[in-house]
Ligand binder design. Structure first.
Ligand SMILES: [Zn+2]
Length: 459
């Protein structure tokens, strides 16, 4: 612009909500001025950088004064006291003042300027409840309760007559991290100790080992993900140790595999019974008799008796060990070809979902909950999502689209099958399809069973 207009004294004005550095207010202004000078190609002086000016909502009180503290203590310990809902009453409450001092604002030591306080949690050793409890010698639970109550009241209170805003507008941050694996003891389903905290033994009981579980992606049946480990001293009795699903390379002492233990659908040891449950391409019919194909014998589930300690004992529980990669599900029968050696597509652990899927599921769940939340105003039942990365945003948008469309397609198929009743559905010959099909890519999805991102021109 400057070049085009030959305007040597062009006045540049920049605004940003996020441009901030560390250090005092003055240091931050110097930093912003230097970035702005570079950006605009003309000198921006530090004193021309305007930051925010904060005002207290509540009157300033000194909480090192014992009289003020005892007033606060009295308020916190008042049973059945609800925070005032009128503006003046609310802001003059000693608890409101303490909350603003703790969560809202603080004073910069160098300049005496009011700045935003660092966000902090309510609970925990560094939490505000702990600090309040120490200040007024009251139980932490009580302090946490009154803080939460007062924060909510500050949001619901009648607004400041001058600004029209409620006294406290707080933001709540919830951090959701993915789980690890789920671990269980080697026992019947009803007796198992199940935990999300990875550890070697059931807490307090070193006779029961914990092994990670993985789940059939088709039916959800659980398997212990194990190494069958040979003890070099006592090679007759292998024992089972935990394995990550991605650990796949067996060696002389470790054989990878899965342990199956199901009370309601046990794997039979009688050949006539298990031949019926093996995948079709594992068996052949010779002169009317079903028999196992040669070459499959070594992959058959092997009956093993396993103790709670992971060792093989004669009096252990009867389980079945599936050596090598996962070839078929003993529960639902879904089978995989010999070339599909990666188990990730066949079995899931608690943590095997990616970030995009997790974001989609969490967001959809939040929206569904919000829609049913009748205590919220209709316009408030919404979810805003932020990302600092354009590539992430477009990936997530595509994922959302795809997920919703696949859900709709499946729902439509289910509805069609239910409506068709006993006569069932049949494939429509291509020639008789209507010409104008809006969901072209979906039709392709249905045909190939593939997940592809939906084209942007789809409604
Ligand atoms: Zn299954």
């Amino acid at each position: 612009m400057r070049d085009l207009l030959n305007a040597s004294s062009l006045q540049c004005v920049g605004t940003s909500a996020t441009l901030a550095g560390s250090g005092t207010y003055d240091e931050q202004r110097a930093e912003v001025a230097s970035v702005a000078s570079q950006l605009f190609g003309s000198t921006v002086r530090r004193e021309n950088v305007i930051g925010e000016t904060l005002c207290r909502v509540t009157p300033a009180r000194d909480f090192s004064d014992s009289a003020v503290v005892s007033e606060l203590k009295k308020r916190v310990n008042e049973e059945d006291a609800t925070p005032p809902r009128d503006y003046q009453g609310f802001v003059s409450s000693p608890l409101s003042i303490w909350i603003e001092n703790t969560f809202g604002i603080t004073t910069e030591a160098e300049s005496g300027r009011i700045i935003r306080a660092k966000p902090r949690s309510i609970l925990g050793p560094d939490g505000a409840a702990h600090a309040l409890s120490a200040l007024i010698s009251t139980s932490m639970e009580r302090c946490a309760d009154v803080i939460q109550e007062a924060l909510l009241a500050g949001y619901e209170c009648s607004p400041n007559p001058e600004t029209g805003f409620p006294p406290f507008a707080f933001r709540l941050h919830q951090f959701i991290s993915r789980g690890g694996s789920v671990f269980a003891s080697i026992e019947k389903e009803s007796d198992r100790y199940v935990t999300l905290f990875g550890q070697q033994y059931v807490p307090g009981d070193r006779s029961r080992v914990l092994l990670p579980l993985v789940f059939c992606r088709e039916c959800g049946q659980e398997y212990f993900c194990v190494w069958e480990t040979l003890d070099s001293n006592d090679s007759d009795t292998p024992f089972f140790t935990p394995r990550e699903l991605s650990d796949a390379v067996s060696d002389d002492e470790h054989e990878r595999g899965f342990l199956y233990l199901s009370a309601d659908h046990p794997w039979p040891n009688d050949p006539q019974a298990f031949l019926q449950r093996l995948p079709d391409d594992w068996v052949e019919e010779v002169r009317g008799v079903l028999r196992l194909r040669s070459g499959r014998r070594e992959y058959l589930p092997q009956p093993v008796r396993v103790g709670k300690d992971g060792q093989q004992h004669a009096d252990g529980l009867e389980c079945h060990f599936l050596p090598g990669h996962f070839r078929f599900c003993l529960h639902c029968g879904v089978a995989y070809g010999a070339r599909q050696t990666s188990d990730f597509a066949k079995l899931a652990s608690v943590s095997s979902e990616g970030r995009s899927t997790a974001t989609t599921i969490l967001s959809l769940s939040a929206i569904r909950q919000l829609r049913n939340e009748k205590t919220l105003a209709f316009h408030a039942r919404k979810l805003l999502s932020f990302t600092d990365n354009r590539q992430d945003a477009s990936l997530q948008a595509g994922h959302f689209n795809d997920f919703v469309e696949v859900g709709q397609l499946r729902a439509a198929l289910l509805r069609a099958v239910c409506d068709a009743g006993d006569s069932g559905l049949r494939q429509i010959p291509k020639a008789s399809l209507p010409v104008n099909i809006p969901h072209k890519s979906l039709m392709m999805n249905a045909k190939h069973g593939k997940r592809t991102f939906v084209k942007p021109d789809c409604p």
